[in-house]
Design a protein around this ligand. Structure first.
Ligand code: SF4
Ligand code: SF4
Length: 357
């Protein structure tokens, strides 16, 4: 494992080379090709003939100490002491001899981890990074991940989707919200409820006024105290005022819903990046298993699996068949809320860093 530790700095991630498997370090930037011998395993071959097999497993996303120790024990015994985590909290292990691949897979499966998540599979849902310590969640993003992956376990284990599927979740409506082939995002459905007794003590009122993308917030005196008021006709229930001013409570058990968006793609490898589009809204935020949202995600995946051509991503499949057919295939109603006809957006949405009052 790591021999020399770099001096800590106050920000940024540590130098990754010290944690890298020696075969990876030696061949960094020198890989000739890679193969996918079975779901959950990738073989990389370098220009110099070195080979390394990477075995990927799934976890429950938020990891407790005991699970981490178990994963590290497996790495010590089967993977030369090396382990790394992907963006989606999937641990990856490395071996340089083919005959060590199966014992590693057996050890992972015996410990309850699922091997998979490579190539044309549904890989583990990602959720927003700050969930455990964030101040504005409207749902438990990590719980949605666990509940949905329990249902999609076979799609993780068997790489038999038309192409890779990235699913994301968000726990509020405005910040690190998901952008993926399928995104499950929070949707607030009512304007904030203001606790006027607290605003003057807690909120910097000009910052809160400036935060609103539609200029719906005004300073006001209420019961003789400086406070704020919201023009509810203008408010789009985005929740942007809640982080700088917690007394503007927007999330609650009844009005905080989930929405599902499809077709987002960051990559520009084969085509331009694409924005996701809303396909279902007002879905109950229903812990601990979120059955309504999960059922819709499964319908979308089933239609995609049956209808897409090989290697078509979800956005490419929808572009080919068209949105009317997509809504038919996934049996979702097309409503007026799917049409972006809001004329105020061009002039009033905050599209720059300028502060407006
Ligand atoms: S999505 Fe929102 S609530 Fe969740 S971690 Fe990001 S900023 Fe916080
Ligand atoms: S910031 Fe968003 S939620 Fe708050 S008042 Fe403005 S539109 Fe409504």
């Amino acid at each position: 494992m790591a021999t020399e530790m770099r001096e800590p700095i106050e920000s940024g991630c540590p130098d990754p080379f010290q944690y890298m498997h020696p075969t990876m370090r030696r061949n960094f930037g020198q890989w000739a090709y890679h193969e996918h011998p079975r779901p959950g395993v990738l073989l990389h071959v370098s220009k110099y003939g070195d080979k390394i097999w990477t075995v990927k497993a799934g976890t429950q996303r938020i990891l407790d100490l005991f699970t981490l120790r178990k994963l590290c024990d497996i790495a010590d015994e089967y993977s030369d002491g090396y382990i790394r985590f992907t963006l989606r909290s999937n641990p990856e292990f490395f071996v340089t001899e083919e005959e060590r691949v199966q014992p590693l897979i057996d050890a992972l499966e015996a410990a309850g981890f699922i091997v998979g998540g490579t190539q044309n599979s549904v890989t583990t849902l990602s959720h927003t990074q700050g969930w455990l310590h964030c101040d504005i969640p409207g749902t438990d993003a990590s719980g949605v991940v666990k509940a949905m992956m329990d249902e999609l376990i076979d799609e993780f284990r068997n790489a038999d989707m038309p192409n890779r599927v990235h699913i994301t979740t968000s726990c509020c409506q405005i910040n690190c919200g998901g952008q993926g082939d399928i995104a499950i995002n929070v949707q607030h459905t009512k304007p904030p409820k203001i606790n006027h007794d607290l605003v003057a003590n807690v909120c910097e009122r000009p910052s809160v006024v400036a935060r609103c993308p539609v200029a719906a917030i005004r300073p006001a005196m209420v019961n003789g105290k400086p406070s704020l008021e919201v023009d509810e006709k203008k408010c789009i229930c985005c929740g942007a005022c809640f982080p700088p001013c917690p007394p503007m409570q927007i999330n609650d058990a009844e009005h905080t819903k989930l929405s599902i968006w499809v077709g987002g793609n960051h990559s520009n490898a084969r085509g331009k990046p694409t924005f996701q589009k809303l396909v279902a809204s007002g879905i109950p935020n229903n812990p601990p298993r979120w059955p309504e949202a999960t059922a819709i995600v499964k319908r979308i995946l089933k239609a995609y699996k049956e209808g897409a051509k090989d290697w078509e991503r979800i956005n490419e499949w929808i572009e080919r068949i068209g949105w009317p057919r997509f809504f038919e295939e996934v049996e979702l109603p097309f409503t007026k809320y799917h049409i972006d006809n809001w004329r105020g957006a061009r002039k009033s949405l905050n599209a720059s860093a300028h502060i407006r009052f």
